[in-house]
Design a protein around this ligand. Sequence first.
Ligand code: BTN
Length: 239
Amino acid sequence: MEYTAHRLDEVPSTINVLADLAMAGAPEGTYVTAKRMTAGRGRNGRPWVCAEGNLFFSLLLRPTQARASWGELSFVSGLATAEAIGQFVSGWAIKWPNDVLVDGKKISGILLESCSTPQGDGLIVGIGINIAHAPPVEGREVVCVSESAGRTVSVDAVLEALLARFAHWYHIWQTQGFEAIRAPWLANAAGVGQKIRVQLADGRVANGVFSGLAPSGALELDGADGQSQLVLAGDVFLL
Ligand code: BTN
């Protein structure tokens, strides 16, 4: 992947700035970083708190693959981000679909948003990594890279690792498809074979054993009643 960098000081959200660049015809591989965001966005309409010294990154993809497969990039992003963080700390794991945990605490969040542009549809991958600070996230324990590593780690070092791991896994996905992502993702996933609780998108809660990742990317949940279900969207809590 060829990258085109826009490294900015302060923006409302790196996603919005990149969406504007995409509308103006920016190619795949264009990315935006900012030192500060004044209106950072998280999943499910939640804010993403900005603390200067953390990484705020958004990357534009214009995949040529069928639109139906773009959700798989959620796992490509999670794997790349986790491996990048894993170059600095131990005890990391991916929480379905793409949070990264260190010692069970959230260290990164990823938000994918599609954008329609005159050049065709694109996908923006927004990645936040706690590096110097760990701002609170409701209902989660949080940690940052420097705290876990026991030394000061620079934003640039983590960004460099992220760009390299993303290029690697995106290439694998493009050339070999999701099956080549699923196994390494599962090998690094938190809670596989264990009891979890899932807060489903419609507000219901499901409990069961996290038994695997379906070819579609859905979480396979085996209930105590012997029934299995596929979870397409929701928040996982490891028990
Ligand atoms: C989550 O809720 O876990 C996802 C958080 C995603 C945050 C990143 S930071 C860079 C990009 N710009 C944003 O406004 N949000 C994403």
